[in-house]
Design a protein around this ligand. Sequence first.
Ligand code: SF4
Length: 339
Amino acid sequence: MLSIFVETSCNRYNRDECVDCHVYEPLADIPKSDWHMTPDQARVMAEKIGQVDVLNTLAQQEINLTGGEATQNPHIVEIFKIFKTAAPSVCLHTNLEMNSKSSKRWLRLVEILKEGGRADITLYPTAWEKFQKPLLKELITIQNRMIVNVIFENLPHLQMQTALLTNFFSEEGSDFGHVVQLLKDYDDKVSWLIKNQPDCDEAIYTTHMDDTEAFAHGKKFTLGLSLLPAFKVGPKGIRSMTSLPFPRDPYLIHCPAARGSIDIMTIRQTGEMTPCCDVGNLKCQPEFGNLLTDSPDKIMAKFKESSKKMSTGIEKNQKNLKSGQSGKWVEEGIPPYCG
Ligand code: SF4
């Protein structure tokens, strides 16, 4: 999958439209020209994707447009159409934190769904009742498949969020019975852990949850559920070594690129690329080229060179973990939580 940023993260997502926030953090240091991807930039990227085999293969799986909040990009409908020429499936991630159905952000989203796109969301309990729930009710009448991301800080937090979804889909009738069943399966498993292993580590959690399906397929609707542990991020934007729900062991990211295989690529709106789902807070330093400015040959050369550097870096990370030096940054610039 290719994950493409079309929007800067401004953290003011409940606004119905982007307004001049340039005097405030975090936009203060970012030139206004970089806040929203433009259709011209999207065109260059889409064309270049077709010229770089590795990227083209990933695009044939799916292109995911994200941000920041992708619907806040005023050109998002046109950008969607441009990327649709490079991939059979283009989805858009949204927080659904919009004030109403008359929000321009919602109208853009509907336009994209009509054009064959798919919207995926991350559940935010603080935005659920007021913003997400009423619009999700609409969304499931317009599209018949979606992924919901659930970020959890501990097991009760996870259970509380799956309960929000269970209650929601229970009210939607028999077409969503299979979705409710999947959510109940999760609830059963998480309840068991809370009762019997409340301080479990990640290995116990993973083993216990392992055989639970990620998708509830139905004739009229398919839901994908993605459960993601949350991390503390320090004042300098550096992620901690352990996740919040499982704080006893380092939470390691398996890096396919360090093993010579590129399974996912994240492309910032500036064109810079990272071969994992990092949204910038991991601070991975090896460069994989710039999709806007580099030639296909230069991009391929960087893929090769940086994959080698990553391989050396993760070896050192693994040694550091074994020798009690977890968290130490290696000279290759590979984050210490990558192995
Ligand atoms: S080393 Fe880590 S941050 Fe860098 S690409 Fe691999 S998984 Fe991502």
